[in-house]
Design a protein around this ligand. Structure first.
Ligand SMILES: Cc1ncc(COP(=O)(O)O)c(C=O)c1O
Length: 378
């Protein structure tokens, strides 16, 4: 790989050489007999990553935001949506759903924590919701939501309510058991835990959610994101037949296929555990430096990234360039009003699964050095 600044933001993440190599395929038709099984198998491998047998994956060119837009397929004007909010991405997911006519009720927690199960139960008893939305890991705060218990609560009180998970910053780095936990939609994309450059939207949909889509009474007011267009395409490629609605990103799908093969080459449990182990160690290092993560408890801390409060007197425009000068890209904060007060570091994918690359060691080293140079005393 060409020498470059280590990309340790919470996505896009560092990409395996084999994945990069897979992208340098010569011009290939999307109906080429060599490409068709690559696309078909990628759809099957996505199922393995989120541990589902029966759900329908959609792999469509676009950023992860396209997954939010795809919710237009199961929303109708005036549908009630309960949004569990743990940060910036929760706000914007709701903003997107409102555009498609959703009436949003938000359960919000203070920065660094998450809405309680009691609050969720209360809300579900007050009103019938078409869907409950939750950001599995809000990349703005590094807060991990307990989607297993959320889905359990939702399905026990209101089995028809769909559980929609924004898994953009969790698929591939956090434990997700789509079938066992009763999830309905997991929205993701290529550039985070799946370890591929940006450009692919990956959305997994339960049969229950597909039935809601098929039985809707009003037409879907969308063209490119319409599942009526994409469902036959996914089904065709999975049965190893070419089909066309809009040209797939052939090279990105080659890359995704390579990365999914790597990811699924060992049981997902191994991957979940490794991310847990590395992130716990990383947070301990942060605390040893005298710093504090935004996520208030260990159990609500994401395993693929950490957001950290800046010490008094050190600003994002000092720290981020200081690390960049030492060859490591990290990110500043993005929460409205607090963006300048914290920074974010990604620890996902090959940086975690292949410790011999020393990505995390390098981040820790340059972070400590930079803080010291900026006058910080632990
Ligand atoms: C949790 C979460 N949801 C949605 C998005 C939107 O993804 P994209 O920027 O690929 O459209 C992001 C982007 O970082 C994210 O972190």
């Amino acid at each position: 790989m060409a020498p470059h600044k280590l990309c340790m933001i919470p996505g896009p993440i560092e990409v395996h050489e084999d994945v990069l190599q897979a992208m340098s395929t010569p011009a290939t038709a999307h109906v080429d007999p060599k490409f068709v099984p690559i696309f078909g198998e990628s759809i099957e491998l996505v199922r393995k990553v989120v541990l589902t047998e029966t759900a329908q994956p959609f792999i469509v060119s676009g950023s992860c935001t396209l997954g939010w837009d795809m919710m237009v397929n199961i929303l109708e004007q005036g549908d009630e949506v309960l949004a569990l909010n743990t940060g910036y991405f929760g706000d914007h997911f709701s903003e997107c759903l409102e555009i498609y006519g959703a009436k949003i009720t938000t359960l919000r927690a203070e920065v660094g924590s998450r809405p309680t199960n009691e609050a969720l139960k209360e809300a579900l008893k007050e009103k019938k919701y078409k869907m409950v939305t939750v950001t599995h890991v809000d990349t703005s705060t590094g807060v991990l939501s307990d989607i297993k218990s959320i889905a359990q609560t939702v399905k026990s009180i209101s089995p028809e309510t769909l559980v929609i998970v924004d898994g953009v910053c969790s698929v591939g780095s956090e434990e997700i058991r789509f079938d066992a936990w009763g999830l309905d939609v997991v929205i993701s994309g290529s550039q985070k835990g799946l370890g591929v450059p940006p450009g692919l939207s990956v959305v997994v949909v339960s049969q229950q959610a597909l039935d809601v889509f098929k039985n809707r009474t009003s037409p879907v007011v969308a063209y490119y994101s319409n599942w009526k267009k994409w469902l036959p395409i996914m089904q065709a490629y999975e049965s190893r037949k070419p089909a066309y609605f809009a040209t797939p990103a052939v090279q990105l799908i080659y890359a995704l296929h390579t990365s999914l093969k790597l990811i699924t080459s060992e049981p997902m449990e191994v991957r979940f555990e490794k991310h847990r182990e590395v992130s716990a160690k990383f947070r301990q290092t942060i605390r040893d430096l005298g710093l504090k993560p935004l996520a208030q408890t260990e159990e609500s801390s994401a395993n693929g990234m950490t957001a950290v409060w800046l010490p008094e007197g050190i600003e994002v425009p000092q720290l981020v360039p200081a690390l960049a000068g030492k060859g490591v890209q990290i990110a500043g904060g993005i929460l409205t009003g607090l963006a300048g007060k914290y920074f974010r570091i990604g620890h996902m994918g090959i940086s975690v699964m292949e410790p011999e690359r020393h990505h995390i060691d390098k981040v820790v080293e340059v972070l400590s050095e930079s803080l010291k140079e900026l006058g910080y005393k632990a």
